[in-house]
Design a protein around this ligand. Sequence first.
Ligand code: NAD
Ligand code: GLY
Length: 377
Amino acid sequence: MTAPSRPGEPVIVNVPLGDRAYDIAIGRGLLASFGKRLAAIRPNVRVAIVTDSTVAPLYLDMTEAALSEAGISSVRIIVPQGEKSKSFRVFERVCETLIAERIERGDVVVALGGGVVGDLAGFASAVVRRGLEVAQVPTTLLAQVDSSVGGKTGINSQHGKNLVGAFQQPILVVADTALLDTLPAREFRAGYAEVAKYGLIADEAFFTWLEANWREIFTGGAAREHAIAVSCRAKAGVVTRDERESGERALLNLGHTFGHALEAATGFSDRLLHGEGVAVGMTLAFAFSAKSGLMPVAEAERVARHLADVGLPTRLSDISGELPGPDGLLELMAQDKKVKRGKLALILARGIGKSFVEPNVDQAEIKTFLAEQLSGR
Ligand code: NAD
Ligand code: GLY
């Protein structure tokens, strides 16, 4: 684990993907430098800023001003806030507007928002005129530590999450950690689940550090920048080794097979935010690993305890309203992109920081496990 950066100094994490390498700049107050940073790598471009209806009144003017100061002109596309904007309907509107505004090859789509805007705008940039460029300005914790980095973009299908999409690496990511000050506490917590994920996957020391320092991440001290930088470094490393998810990258989906099924079961609604689904999913993945004899039960309980301390849901009983039974949940899990020829792959763990891909999980065992978890509701 790296030492915290000095206050006021941006941290730069490079994602070394050859001629598609890019920087992630992390720090408080960095939005003001966004235009300068973009102009330094892409002089004379036009920009379309895609943002949502909540972020626009907060940060769109500042973003436009930062671009204009660097001599970059921009147009704006505002979509409704929320997961429902990752739909064919909104995607069509974004694409048609980019075309109508004559955003051309070599021009840049700026995704100003959380993971929804990043996924939607990134996907539009991948397909309009067979490929524009995208720069990510993530405004949620989840987007700063995960979705803005690594090039996965896409929208949802009626059959499940992120089933239509493309790999489209950004040319620049600017994570201004001050923007998180306006994020509702529930959204911040949901993003924190993805921070904890990096510790759980492969960095027990980071998880231990989080157990001691999570409060400072929430209040916005130097620990926030440190946690985001550690997370981005971890993600950059995985993406560099396995950009297209032929192996190791699947680890980043720890908790997501359960989580995506629960998101689908709750109608991609406010009943369960993405990060909350990941928190429940990671807890279930560790509990299932312990039940399978891969680690002591106490280790799985430590994971659940930390996520619950932070205020995240960890049990199926923490989700309000009805849920499908074990068959229904298993059916939803089977829509996961990791399913190959009907075999369900799950990310399991031999302990905190010791996650691995299990490519062939016995579906009957999962069903029994889900039935037990549901009966404990
Ligand atoms: P989100 O984009 O819906 O943002 C959450 C809410 O916070 C929205 O209402 C938004 O308007 C609001 N908001 C955003 N920034 C704000 C700010 N600074 N102040 C106040 N309000 C703000 O949700 P999210 O949690 O950022 O992202 C979830 C999405 O990301 C899911 O669709 C998920 O599938 C996707 N995701 C993608 C990847 C990837 O690798 N591409 C990784 C993880 C998650
Ligand atoms: N969030 C999972 C990935 O980027 O692979």
